[in-house]
Write a protein that binds this ligand. Structure first.
Ligand SMILES: *Cc1c(COP(=O)(O)O)cnc(C)c1O
Length: 373
């Protein structure tokens, strides 16, 4: 098989989605599947839908178009604020978008009217991540202007955590968000249907004991795909962490001294020199590099140590044994490694466990949520 390649176990993605949806359904929280890390790969999106997600979300319109062209008809939202240059496509291919700028919303409304449709707007609120967001004190005024804008409907409000910062939501953040929803309703009228509490970083809260308040949605990418918590990197119990694996081919393997060079470390001192270390270790080179993935986000089989990577080579220490040239090494990936591998043109994507299209509709879990994102 061609390498490097990512092998994808759709059954595990389906199972992860199903598990999270069951747990969160009990608390009145729907799940939107976030496909940006897999570039909107249609088979993966279908696996999330088979697992029961209420809708999908992506940060790039190109990925949304890819899913639409593959025949996916569920609600899809843009979770990155649309660019002026992509308004028409956002209106055509997305049901909703997350926004923070009035100028953008006015243009979205105009584009929607031109296409004789209406577009749902979800307002992202700044709650400490310091990426996108309207300041809480400005939210009601902002929402009032949105409700007065032709072509768009105010659908909900949302918070975001642990994207720029690695801060998980704090105690009380979901109470604050719920209060903001009530405040917007008092200030400008319409029912705030969707209160989206964040992404995978908010699962410790959502799977915990505290009341879900008004929060009725989470947007989950990493937890469904990798089964890990983005803040700690730890596995979330009940989830598969090996739905994805990266395979790369060995192109050199050889015993080499631990260091070859003898050179001055501090020439001004004249005496401090590193000396050649003749202990031999097996070094193995894989035909995969930074252009294909984030090499420092790879996890290797036990006994294999990451030494370094350049654009096209990854060097690992294989201790006392060489590895046959032409054989393959299987690796795990963090979110950033996965994201880069899925978008790299030279990395093949091989899916396992695809269900027959005609059967998948019937096997889908049906969760009667009123709020589809
Ligand atoms: C990426 C993203 C998500 C999903 O985050 P995960 O940590 O992968 O669950 C949710 N919301 C927004 C706005 C995002 O950009």
């Amino acid at each position: 098989m061609t390498s490097p390649r990512v092998e994808i176990d759709l059954g595990k993605i389906r199972a992860n989605a199903r598990y999270l949806i069951r747990r969160l359904f009990a608390r009145g929280i729907s799940v939107t599947g976030v496909t940006k890390a897999v570039c909107g790969h249609p088979d993966i999106a279908e696996a999330m839908l088979d697992g029961g997600v209420a809708g999908l979300a992506d940060a790039r319109i190109k990925n949304v178009v890819r899913m639409r062209k593959a025949g996916i008809t569920c609600p899809i939202s843009m979770i990155r604020a649309p660019m002026v240059s992509e308004m028409e496509d956002v209106i055509q291919y997305c049901d909703a978008s997350y926004n923070t700028e009035m100028d953008t919303i006015l243009k979205l409304g105009a584009a929607a009217k031109q296409q004789s449709t209406s577009h749902d707007v979800i307002l992202m609120v700044e709650m400490g991540d310091m990426r996108e967001g309207i300041l809480p004190e400005d939210l009601t005024d902002f929402a009032t202007r949105v409700t007065a804008t032709p072509g768009v409907a105010l659908k909900g409000i949302a918070a975001n955590f642990a994207c720029m910062s690695d801060l998980a939501p704090m105690d009380g953040d979901m109470v604050r968000l719920s209060r903001l929803a009530a405040e917007v309703e008092r200030g400008c009228g319409p029912f705030v249907e969707l209160v989206s509490g964040g992404g995978s970083a908010n699962l410790p809260w959502a799977l915990g004991e505290s009341s879900s308040e008004r929060v009725n949605n989470l947007r989950l990418g990493e937890a469904i795909l990798l089964g890990t918590d983005p803040v700690t990197g730890h596995p979330i119990s009940g989830l598969h962490t090996d739905a994805f694996a990266l395979f790369a081919e060995v192109i050199e393997t050889r015993f080499k001294p631990i260091s070859l060079s003898t050179r001055s470390i501090a020439p001004e001192v004249g005496r401090l020199k590193s000396v050649r270390n003749n202990d031999l270790r097996a070094r193995t080179i894989l035909a995969v590099g930074q252009q294909d993935t984030n090499a420092s986000g790879l996890t290797f089989p036990s006994g294999v140590l990451f030494i370094g990577a350049t654009s096209d080579h990854t060097v690992v220490d294989t201790a006392k044994s060489t590895v046959p040239v032409g054989s393959e090494m299987k690796m795990g990936m963090t979110y950033s490694a996965l994201m880069r591998a899925m978008s790299a043109p030279d990395v093949a994507k091989v899916v396992h466990g695809k269900q027959k299209m005609n059967g998948s509709g019937k096997e889908r879990e049906a969760y009667p949520f009123l709020t589809l994102v």
